[in-house]
Design a protein around this ligand. Structure first.
Ligand SMILES: [Zn+2]
Length: 694
């Protein structure tokens, strides 16, 4: 036995003793679980007390984060998520250079060693950020090589001052620099470094931040987008500090926070994308300040926005460009950029706070809103996705919708210029967060999805965990451990807020421990090759009422919201055979109110599950495996308005003399035409007579 191994064995014995001692102190949290050498407990958040030596986490004096990102490439997405990423690679993101002038290498300012040329703003780094990560997550060599060509050019463009990329940006805001596009390019470089360990990246980023640190304070408040979004750069400053330990980076961190728009004072801007990324800034700065009031400020920003504008299902809010008082109906939209940025914020907050509610929120948006923002073949997207959206025509819907012009129909082209590029990071970033490391040298299944993760755990053993599931279309998640040597480590499993009665089995033996919602189950044992864990997250039909939106109702089953299934007629109006622009019109009635059993709302619905394996792309009306049957009556006066926007909700309960019909509801993410916030049918004096608007 060599000395390292002897040390390791001693450490392991010591560690076992430590666990026993800890167990004795853990009191009600811990019980003798599965009885086969496994302890099972529940915690609100993974611990911050220990140190994980295998993965780069917050370096002192930054606040330790309970959950740590694994390097890109550690997680292999499978199942429907893997297929979604393949569609992305073969569709809009993988082939965007064919149709976007901003992604053309030749004459591009991002590709020039002197930063001279065209198209040097946010579009290229928006796309490259998702495109590069897509290549790494899929290990797609063509994409990796093409992304690398851009990254090599960007790194080669650094001038002696430290500036990277297009030179025009150094004074494009009335003589002051536009800091926004390089915030995105920093994200590109971070991912590239995590995947490749390329030695050029850290010096280049240090040099750039030295340049930034020399800027006068007033320049941090220049322009509209940069001053509001500088929290993005703050996280990059910490990312670099964790890898280099350069103390001046923390001075820069303070300088950014003090001089950018102050999200710690409340919601200071109502643009949907600014909100989706800006609201989290205080939580980013909390890592440096250590004052929990900053973490709470981000939560408070989120709650303020959702309370005023997020009163419908799907996880987003009414921000069809800007949130506007009086425009909170579910027919308002949420920009595709907003969807992916909000998801990214939730992914960051899940790690910084360790609170499982942020992962819940990420899943809600990912399953219910993101899929329907795109065509099922990933060849086009739209600007706005709405909870109630029954027709996707290209006509102008302003002023009902904030922006004028085409916002709803599907197009791959620059009509949706920001989203066209920014949508790229949605699923790759999501896939990178399925599994996270914990500080006590364990692993956490944070977002659930079929995948395989390989990571270092315990005293340094390498473990691979295969996760097999059709989640969210199934409530059962199977894990299988592959390990050359047995290794002791804690496995954290998130129990979502919606889930009462979760159960877990280890090697077929059920744990007696109650797994409460909005917590993590912790399974600690000497894991060995072939160990199996089965997590069951029972899903129930529940009805949410939206008192602030005319008392409408929405129907959930676990993390999935259900929408009325509406027949779709797709009509091409532009583009090419390869890249069509399409409108979608309803072929079946949509103006229904639900008939709901007041005493037991869930009884009003009957769930059916199609037999057979899950379709690779389950987010279509035909392929989605779950359906609900519901009782409904038509509301004849509920119509499209003159612009083609579904009429606003009116107060429920609503009168209807129409016959009761059986209607079908399908998961919201599969319904490109949908009603997700329903009027509720009622009778008697309290019931409202729907009046035709205008
Ligand atoms: Zn956009």
């Amino acid at each position: 036995m060599n000395s390292t191994l002897a040390w390791a064995n001693k450490w392991q014995n010591f560690e076992s003793l430590l666990i026993i001692l800890l167990a004795a102190h853990a009191g009600p949290h811990l019980c003798l679980g599965a009885g086969n050498g496994t302890t099972v407990s529940t915690v609100d958040s993974p611990p911050t007390s220990s140190v994980n030596p295998f993965y780069t986490a917050n370096r002192q004096p930054l606040t330790p984060s309970p959950l740590i990102k694994l390097p890109i490439g550690s997680i292999k997405p499978e199942g429907w998520l893997g297929h979604q990423l393949e569609l992305e690679a073969e569709g809009l993101t993988g082939r965007l250079p064919e149709i976007s002038k901003w992604c053309k290498f030749e004459s591009n300012a991002w590709a020039d060693s002197k930063g001279q040329g065209q198209n040097g703003w946010e579009e290229l780094p928006y796309w490259l950020k998702g495109y590069g990560d897509l290549g790494c997550v899929l290990r797609n060599q063509d994409i990796i090589q093409n992304a690398r060509k851009w990254i090599d050019a960007v790194l080669a463009s650094q001038d002696p001052s430290g500036w990277i990329g297009p030179r025009r940006l150094t004074n494009s805001l009335n003589g002051q620099p536009d800091l926004w596009p390089n915030m995105l390019m920093c994200n590109v470089l971070e991912s590239f470094y995590e995947f490749s360990g390329d030695p050029r990246v850290l010096p280049a980023m240090s040099h750039y931040f030295e340049w930034l640190n020399r800027l006068p304070a007033a320049d941090f408040g220049a322009g509209y987008w940069p001053k509001i979004r500088l929290g993005d750069n703050l996280q990059s400053v910490y990312w670099l500090y964790n890898r280099t330990g350069q103390a001046w980076l923390l001075e820069l961190g303070d300088k950014i926070h003090q001089n950018m728009a102050r999200w710690d004072s409340g919601v200071i801007d109502w643009h949907n994308v600014n909100l989706s990324q800006g609201f989290r800034e205080p939580a980013i700065y909390y890592q440096q300040s250590k004052d929990v009031k900053f973490l709470h400020a981000a939560t408070s920003n989120y709650e303020t926005v959702m309370d005023r504008f997020g009163q419908f299902p799907g996880g987003g809010f009414a921000g069809d460009e800007n949130c506007r008082p009086g425009f909170g109906d579910p027919h308002q939209g949420f920009e595709t950029c907003g969807i992916v940025e909000f998801m990214h914020s939730f992914e960051m907050l899940a790690k910084i706070s360790g609170e499982p509610r942020w992962a819940d929120r990420c899943e809600e948006l990912a399953f219910n809103s993101l899929p329907a923002a795109l065509t099922p073949d990933w060849r086009a997207l739209h600007y706005l996705t709405c909870a109630n959206q029954v027709q996707l025509d290209r006509g102008n819907k302003a002023p009902g919708i904030n922006n004028s012009g085409t916002m709803f129909s599907y197009s791959p082209f620059e009509v949706y210029r920001c989203c066209q590029h920014n949508v790229a990071m949605g699923w790759p970033y999501y896939a990178e967060e399925l599994w996270l490391a914990t500080r006590d040298r364990g692993l956490c299944a944070s977002l659930y999805g079929a995948s395989e993760v390989t990571a270092q755990v315990g005293i340094g053993g390498k473990v691979t965990i295969g996760e097999q599931t059709d989640y969210p279309f199934s409530d059962t998640i199977n894990f299988r451990v592959t390990a050359v040597q047995p290794v002791r480590f804690p496995l954290y499993l998130r129990i979502p807020q919606w889930c009462a009665g979760a159960t877990v089995k280890v090697n077929g033996k059920a744990a007696a421990h109650t797994l409460r919602p909005l917590a993590y189950a912790v399974l600690e044992r000497q894991w060995k090759n072939g160990d199996r864990v089965t997590l069951q997250l029972p899903m129930r039909i529940t009805v949410r009422r939206w008192e602030k939106n005319e008392n409408a109702a929405s129907v959930d089953y676990g993390p999935l919201t259900f929408s009325l299934k509406i027949g779709e007629r797709w009509v091409r109006y532009g583009g090419t055979a390869d890249w069509p622009e399409q409108e979608v019109f309803p072929t079946t009635p949509w103006n229904y109110g639900l008939v709901i059993d007041a005493m037991d709302p869930a009884r009003s619905f009957e769930l059916t599950r199609k037999p057979g394996p899950l379709a690779p792309q389950p987010f279509t009306p035909e392929s989605v495996p779950l359906e609900l049957k519901a009782k409904a009556r038509k509301i004849p006066a509920w119509k499209l308005d003159s612009s083609g926007l579904v009429g606003k909700l009116q107060p429920s309960p609503v009168k209807s003399e129409e016959p009761i019909e059986t209607v079908t509801l399908i998961p919201m993410g599969a319904a490109r035409l949908r009603v997700s916030a329903f009027p509720v049918i009622g009778e008697g004096a309290g019931a409202h007579e729907w009046t035709t608007a205008e």
